[in-house]
Ligand binder design. Structure first.
Ligand code: NAP
Length: 297
């Protein structure tokens, strides 16, 4: 079903190639789209370009911020913009408190401004329907990195996936399908049972260090420090660790370097390896949520 947003005014501030897809899809759904922090020459016909975010906000009933949101210094993520854009308290004060403001994950700065200014933030990456679909480009991107960095094939390698949540499950299944001997570390008995059912090798979280000595590659998705101290010391020199967990990640990178293990923090893979897919995932959820809002009013 093609959603009709019936000329709803929406401001899109900053962002990367994903935001361009969002702008395009919102406009195709009948919204009146204002954009700032994206290059004017690549915006689809009919989208209103603004140099300043303040003017862009006039009269809108929804705001879309970049998937990576706003950094700790208050700067909107806008790598395609000619100049940096700030999300200040003054800017926030121009947004009516009851309208939805979409972002990926609100960092501490944005969360604080939203709380102070009474803004209604919707963190898209926290929604299962986004996180599960986003796990597809994440898993593909992680495997791509491993293929580029390892001197061996994924097929036949000993791969560990730490965590069996939305990202871990997709990645483990992909590695298994590629012929890796895939060990998946989880702490919940039902997850260990599901890992077995998928014909992958379950490893209880508490016993992980007994098996790490076999690893060629380890993908971490657990967002707390897990590959540290004596556990990390079990990883053989020459193994590769790809840490997917959000900053600060789950790996002691300094210690890994000291023991000859290459460890890489790999944030934001969907936007890097498949911006169009990642943009479509976000656009579909945003238009769906806006349509529901409209129907509820
Ligand atoms: P998720 O569905 O919440 O899964 C997290 C996993 O970590 C679950 O298996 C969870 O186990 C486990 N876990 C959490 N705390 C733990 C602890 N203290 N000890 C042991 N296990 C623990 O999250 P997700 O959506 O898969 O995302 C995982 C991480 O990747 C997040 O940091 C997310 O921001 C990041 N991410 C990165 C990218 C990228 O491009 N690099 C893309 C998407 C997501 P339980 O189920 O038992 O709690």
């Amino acid at each position: 079903m093609q959603i009709n947003l019936k000329k709803m005014g929406i401001a899109v501030l900053g962002g990367d190639a994903r935001s361009l897809v969002i702008v395009e899809e919102l406009a195709a759904s009948g919204a009146v789209v204002n954009a700032a922090g994206l290059p004017a020459d690549v915006l689809p016909a009919g989208v209103n370009y603004f140099r300043e975010p303040e003017a862009c906000l006039a009269g809108v009933t929804a705001v879309v911020l970049p998937a990576p949101g706003v950094n700790d210094k208050g700067q909107l993520y806008c790598p395609m913009a000619p100049q940096p854009l700030s999300f200040t308290r003054e800017l926030a004060a121009r947004i009516p408190p009851d309208i939805p403001i979409f972002t990926g994950v609100a960092g501490s700065y944005l969360a604080k401004i939203a709380a102070v200014s009474g803004l209604r933030l919707i963190e898209l990456m926290k929604l299962n329907e986004v996180a599960i679909l986003n796990s597809i480009p994440t898993a593909e991107g992680a495997v791509q990195m491993a293929m580029e960095m390892l001197p061996i094939t994924i097929h036949g390698s000993c791969a560990f996936v730490l965590g069996f949540g939305r990202t871990g499950a997709t990645l483990a299944r992909l590695l298994g399908a590629m012929g890796a001997r895939t060990r998946v570390v989880a702490r919940r008995p039902e997850h260990l049972a599901r890992i077995t059912e998928l014909n992958l090798i379950p490893v209880p979280f508490a016993g992980m260090s007994h098996y790490l000595g076999e690893a060629d590659v380890i993908f971490n998705t657990i967002p707390v420090p897990v590959l540290t101290g004596a556990v990390l010391d079990k990883v053989p020199p020459g193994a590769l660790i790809i840490d997917l967990a959000s900053a600060p990640g789950g790996v002691d990178f300094q210690r890994a370097a000291n023991i000859g293990v290459k460890a890489i923090l790999a944030p934001g893979l969907p936007g890097k390896v498949a911006p169009k897919t990642a943009g479509r995932i976000l656009a579909k959820v945003i238009t769906g949520l806006l349509y529901e809002e409209m129907a509820g009013n």
